[in-house]
Design a protein around this ligand. Structure first.
Ligand code: AHM
Ligand code: MG
Length: 343
């Protein structure tokens, strides 16, 4: 009989290989998985749970219309994790400020940031969505939990992951020692290791960007996409394919599986509004960058490694250009050339 490796077995073996491991991260991750399973069940019911579908009567702190499932997923994530004793506080895309763990529960050494339901514009049309999370350590010597404690650069992440609610439910995770993918066995409720040591090919011929915004893009991004569109006859010498699910989790999962470049770049509309980009640094860009880098890819704003940004606010937005090493480095190089021409 072939041996299957459950998430619990995998993470326990990882824990044993660290002589001083306390098991606290394992404990926290098991509760994060419990939250993801509940969200998978909720999203999987789709139109059958009419009370969960459609728009809520509220906006999040960034002024975006919330869906009922955004709010329910946020509540499920909090309820599933806050009691476990390994967390001091959490911050979510759907909450104005951080949430310290209530006094009735013990507090632990970790902080968690999360986007409970990324890509939620896809909910009503039955297209993949996902949960993204990032685990940080609570700074030493602090007793209260405040927004400023979450303002840590991505290089300080202890763990990052996402759960993709697609045709199957998949968890993809890094603790800084590579990236592993697990598929939910719906008959047993176990996440089973199905994609060990995921690696992103250095080159690709697939790009992912919302091309309807092309008239707003900055010149380096426009140059790269024009070259992709030129195909074999152009400077890149190959034909490209394009995919855009509009769920970052699904788009990043595709590039982790077969390579590619994903871009949600800076554009003129964002600049006019004083925004740094669309995607959120703490809930989306940093965790995805940690995963992509651990799989051998590159994650940049075009001008800076994403994980080296020092966050200035909880809901800070940044440009995101991530994926296959040589494709992303080419776009970064075009940014460098454009800056040099302006200097
Ligand atoms: P959300 O967190 O509000 O769902 O927004 C993030 C999503 C990403 O998953 C996706 O890449 C992007 O927004 C799609 O944006 P657009 O609709 O502009 O193409
Ligand atoms: Mg999101």
């Amino acid at each position: 009989m072939s041996q299957r490796t459950s998430f619990y077995k995998f993470i326990s073996e990882e824990q044993r290989s660290h002589p001083f491991s306390s098991g606290k991260l394992t404990g926290l991750l098991l509760e994060v998985l419990a939250a993801c399973k509940r969200i998978a069940y909720l999203t999987g019911n789709g139109q059958l749970s009419s009370q969960a579908m459609g728009a809520a009567d509220s906006e999040n702190v960034q002024g975006e219309q919330q869906k009922k499932l955004d709010i329910l997923s946020n509540e499920l994530f909090i309820e599933s994790t806050q009691w476990c004793g390994y967390l001091s506080g959490m911050a979510s895309e759907e909450m104005d400020h951080c949430l310290p763990v209530p006094d009735v529960y013990p507090r632990g050494k970790y902080l968690i940031t999360f986007d409970p339901l990324d890509g939620s514009s896809n909910i009503d049309i039955n297209v993949s969505v996902g949960t993204i999370f990032s685990i940080l350590e609570m700074p030493d010597g602090e007793t209260s939990v405040e927004d400023r404690h979450f303002l840590q650069s991505g290089v300080k992440q202890v763990c990052a992951g996402y759960c993709l609610y697609g045709t199957s439910t998949m968890l993809v995770l890094t603790t800084g020692r590579g990236v592993n993918g697990f598929t939910l066995d719906r008959s047993t409720g176990d996440f089973v290791l199905t994609q060990p040591d995921m690696k992103i090919p250095d080159y690709s011929n697939e790009y992912s960007i919302n091309q309807s915004y092309s008239r707003h893009w900055e010149p380096p991004v426009k140059r790269y996409i024009d070259e992709c569109l030129a195909g074999e006859a152009g400077p890149l010498g190959k034909n490209y394919n394009m995919r855009w699910v509009a769920s970052m989790v699904a788009d990043v999962h595709r590039l982790l599986s077969r390579g590619g470049i994903f871009m949600y770049p800076m554009d003129a509309r964002m600049a006019a509004k004083g925004q740094g980009g669309k995607l959120r640094l703490l809930y989306e860009a940093n965790p995805m960058s940690f995963i992509v880098e651990q799989a051998g890819g590159v994650a940049s704003t075009g001008n800076q490694r994403i994980m080296e940004i020092n966050p200035t606010s909880l809901h800070q937005r940044v440009p995101v250009i991530i994926g296959s090493k040589n494709e992303v480095n080419r776009v970064v190089d075009y940014h460098r050339q454009a800056a040099a021409e302006c200097a």
